[in-house]
Design a protein around this ligand. Structure first.
Ligand code: SOE
Length: 380
């Protein structure tokens, strides 16, 4: 085996995404043949004791309590941002200025304005960059993308997607603080739109192209929640639910729904695309499978088929086990890392780059605007 060059990772944050990303950095070299081997150099977090625990569990060599110290270090090649959205811009710009590669958890930013500054910074510094829209990297979803791009579905008429959860129905769930910062508009920028719908929009535009205009309905069901940091009741500024209809640039129609109030649904992401010659359906709870309808099959035998996406010639699957054996949610992050590292060698960047992910942020901004004004909004 060829000796690999080290790629020194500096992780900022240690929450749910810090774990998902660390797992990916650790595993990728065991399964993918890459020129670079990630080395978990340092983790930055304010709480030293917790950061030390995290470092010990995941194998980080060192801990710092200020992300600025991490960015200042010469032995860090890539900075991985896994902190709440209000910190993305400042950290990403500082990291790019320091010449580091930057990987940022989704959504890119709270607003288009912030996102544009981040894009300008990484492009000025010419540093490799990626936003972790991980569901693109589920092999079944990648397969849909590839088949649609081959033209097999013909003209596309419809794209629809949902991302449903139910964890904020209880009005006692606070806003702000670790774990619940997603309910604080200052920290998150928006509610389900930036957190959940952004995944649907990213995948949709990747598979079906740009969105030109949209009309959205947004709602905040619980208007006041205690703020975890101040302990005081405060107005809730996020959208709890969003439903969107839109035009894609290719003339097809889109329908999207996201909510944290769909009782019984913990994290159900479903997508469907309907073309002249065929359709695909996928859902996160059966993530190795796609349903496929091929209209070219002779009449009496025509129907929905269920494809188990585990063969060696399916996207990424040749690197894992043997046909018929399934993979899971965490593997999507491993694939993102594999493509990112591969891109360092080939010069073809993994997607979405900051610039590509900015398009999703623009759509999210348009959704929030339309929800407030109750008018159709063009996506700038
Ligand atoms: C929210 O609960 C969340 O963790 C999102 O932040 C993730 O992006 C999504 O993949 C799962 O749900």
């Amino acid at each position: 085996m060829m000796a690999k060059k080290p790629l020194n990772i500096g992780m900022i944050g240690y929450g749910f995404m810090g774990r998902a990303h660390s797992n990916a950095w650790r595993k990728v070299g065991n399964f993918f043949d890459l020129e670079y081997q990630p080395v978990l150099k340092a983790v930055a977090a304010r709480n030293k004791a917790k950061a030390e625990d995290f470092a010990a569990r995941w194998g980080y060599e060192s801990v710092v309590t200020d992300w600025k110290q991490l960015i200042a270090r010469d032995d860090i090649d890539a900075v991985d941002i896994c902190v709440p959205n209000d910190l993305h811009m400042e950290i990403a710009i500082a990291a790019a200025k320091a010449g580091k590669m930057v990987l940022c958890e989704k959504p890119l930013a709270r607003t288009t304005k912030e996102g544009e500054k981040m894009v300008a910074a990484v492009e000025k510094a010419k540093v490799p960059n990626l936003v972790w829209y991980n569901y693109r990297y589920v092999p079944a979803v990648t397969l849909i993308k590839q088949i649609v791009a081959s033209g097999k579905l013909g003209r596309i008429f419809h794209y629809r997607a949902n991302f449903l959860q139910d964890w904020t129905i209880n009005p006692d769930v606070p806003q702000g603080g670790a774990g619940t910062w997603r309910l604080d508009v200052e920290a998150a920028g928006s509610g389900v739109t930036g957190d959940l719908l952004a995944h649907c929009i990213d995948t949709a535009m990747w598979i079906n192209g740009g969105i030109s205009d949209l009309s959205a309905m947004t709602e905040t069901f619980v208007k006041k929640r205690k703020h975890a940091e101040t302990g005081k009741m405060a107005a809730v500024g996020i959208d709890d639910a969003a439903a969107v209809m839109c035009h894609f640039e290719n003339g097809s129609l889109g329908l999207f729904e996201s909510t944290r109030y769909a009782r019984g649904h913990k994290a159900l992401y479903t997508l469907e695309i309907n073309g002249e010659k065929g359709s695909f359906i996928w859902n996160l709870h059966d993530l190795n499978r796609v349903s496929w309808f091929d209209h070219s099959v002779e009449g009496q035998l025509r129907g929905w088929s269920s494809i188990l996406v585990t063969d060696g010639d399916h996207p990424y699957l040749g690197k894992w086990w043997v046909p018929g054996l399934t993979i899971g949610y965490e593997h999507s992050f491993v694939h993102a890392v594999a493509d990112f590292i591969e891109g360092l060698s080939t010069g073809t960047p993994a997607s979405p780059t900051f610039r590509e992910a900015l398009e999703t942020t623009k759509v999210c901004d348009a959704i929030i605007k339309s929800g407030k004004t109750r008018k159709w909004v063009s996506v700038a």
